[in-house]
Design a protein around this ligand. Sequence first.
Ligand SMILES: Cc1cc2nc3c(=O)[nH]c(=O)nc-3n(C[C@H](O)[C@H](O)[C@H](O)COP(=O)(O)O)c2cc1C
Length: 123
Amino acid sequence: MKSLIIYYSKYNNNTEKVAKAIADKINADLINLNNPDRADFDIGNYSIIGFGSGVYNESLSPTLFNLIEILNLKEKNVFVFSTSCVGFKLYNKKLIKILVSKGAICKGSFACKGSFIFKGNKI
Ligand SMILES: Cc1cc2nc3c(=O)[nH]c(=O)nc-3n(C[C@H](O)[C@H](O)[C@H](O)COP(=O)(O)O)c2cc1C
């Protein structure tokens, strides 16, 4: 069975760098939610799924939360990662709670700092 990483990265591709580094190590397929031409995927083909996002205004991406709402994650192994100014794992908590409430088994949570220069940015 294969591994899949689904991520949202828009500001500076910080989360994408982490997604690609993990994918490289575990030989995972990658889905970039910020790519309108992204391929379709069937989570039934994957034994573990990683979910990653940058932190925007104290939250992971709503696009990621919306996707998770429609996925069947019962008994799926999952992990969560994020990049932010502060690099706190705290930001992953809400997502982990939702994943677990959908029956997923959370295998890990990772967070690190991503570069950020404030210019009145909006995402
Ligand atoms: C509009 C906006 C809001 C942000 N809000 C937060 C925040 O609330 N807390 C934080 O620690 N970092 C915040 N950041 C910094 C980003 O989380 C950080 O740069 C992250 O690595 C961006 O990921 P990306 O390049 O994959 O999009 C914000 C960045 C932007 C552009």
